[in-house]
Design a protein around this ligand. Structure first.
Ligand SMILES: [Zn+2]
Ligand SMILES: [Zn+2]
Length: 256
C-alpha cells in the first residue's frame, strides 16, 4: 500500500498545502488544500474520504472535489467520519448557503455524496487496507486513523493534544511501523498549543514517552505552521534524539 502526502502544512502560502493524503488511488485521508494539486483524472477516481475532524484545513477541498467530479462519476463519493463531524459538515458547509447539499443531489436516494458515520474503534477496508478510527483529543470531535496494509500499520494522529486513549490504542498495534503525528506550534507558543489542543515540541516529546517499542517506529512530524516550521522542527529534533524522527514532506510517498 502507498500513502502519498498531498499536503502536510499547518497553513497556506507558496508551496504550502494543508492536510491531505492519498491512500492507494481512490482513498483520501483528510481533504485539505493538497487535494487541489491532483489532476482531474486523479480526482475522478476518488471513491472514499476519511476525515479526522471538521476543521477547514482538513476539509477545504471536499466541497469543490464533489462539485468538480460530479458529472463524471456513476457512484457516490463516500465520506467516513464521526457522526459529530458529519453533522457539522451538513449544518455548516453542505447547507445550500455555503455549498449545495450534495447528499441529496441529484436525488436523496441517488446522491453523489454519501455520509457514512464511523466512530472510534470502527474499521473499514478499502483495497485490502484496514482503516481504523482511533481516539484523539482536539477542540472539536476528532479521530486518528490506523492504516493496516497487512504488512505494516501506519498511524496518523490528525490534530490532537496528548490523549492516553490514543497511546493505548497505538501500543496495541503489533506491526506499527510509522507514526505521523502533528506538532503545530513552536515551544514559545506552548500556551496556544494547549489552548487549541495541538502539540508543541515539548508537549510532543512528553507524550512520546508513552509510545512502546519506539525503536521500531519511524515518527514523521506534520502540521507545522509555515511561520515557524524550521524552528519547530529544530526543537523537535533537538529534544527527540532518542527517537527516529523526521519531518513529513509534501510529495513524499510512504510504502507500507
Ligand atoms: Zn483542527
Ligand atoms: Zn489542522
Amino acid at each position: 500500500m502507498q500513502l502519498r502526502i498531498l499536503g502536510c502544512s499547518g497553513g497556506i502560502g507558496g508551496v504550502h498545502r494543508t492536510t491531505a493524503m492519498l491512500l492507494g488511488e481512490r482513498t483520501l485521508i483528510d481533504a485539505g488544500t493538497g487535494v487541489g494539486d491532483l489532476t482531474y483524472d486523479e480526482l475522478v477516481r476518488i471513491d472514499h474520504v476519511f476525515l479526522t475532524h471538521a476543521h477547514l484545513d482538513h476539509i477545504a477541498c471536499l466541497p469543490m472535489l464533489i462539485d468538480t467530479v460530479f458529472g463524471a462519476r456513476e457512484r457516490p463519493i463516500v465520506v467516513h467520519a464521526s457522526q459529530a463531524t458529519l453533522g457539522v459538515l451538513h449544518q455548516h458547509v453542505f447547507n445550500w448557503a455555503v455549498w449545495p447539499d450534495f447528499t441529496v443531489i441529484p436525488a436523496a436516494d441517488a446522491a453523489m455524496l454519501r455520509f457514512e458515520p464511523m466512530e472510534t474503534g470502527e474499521c473499514r477496508e478499502v483495497d485490502g487496507c484496514r482503516i481504523t478510527a482511533l481516539p484523539a483529543l482536539h477542540t472539536v470531535p476528532a479521530v486518528a486513523y490506523a492504516l493496516d496494509s497487512g504488512d505494516a500499520t501506519l498511524v496518523f494522529s490528525g490534530d490532537t493534544a496528548d490523549c492516553a486513549e490514543f497511546w493505548q490504542a497505538v501500543n496495541a498495534i503489533p506491526n506499527l511501523g510509522t507514526l505521523i503525528i502533528e506538532t503545530a506550534f513552536a515551544n514559545r507558543e506552548e500556551a496556544l498549543a494547549r489552548l487549541s489542543r495541538h502539540f508543541s515540541p515539548r508537549l510532543l516529546l512528553d507524550a512520546l514517552k508513552q509510545l512502546a517499542r519506539s525503536d521500531a517506529v519511524e515518527i514523521l512530524i506534520t502540521h507545522l505552521k509555515p511561520a515557524d516550521h524550521a524552528l519547530t522542527m529544530r526543537e523537535v529534533l533537538e529534544s527527540g534524539a532518542d527517537f527516529r524522527i523526521a519531518r513529513l514532506e509534501q510529495g513524499q510517498i510512504i510504502r507500507f
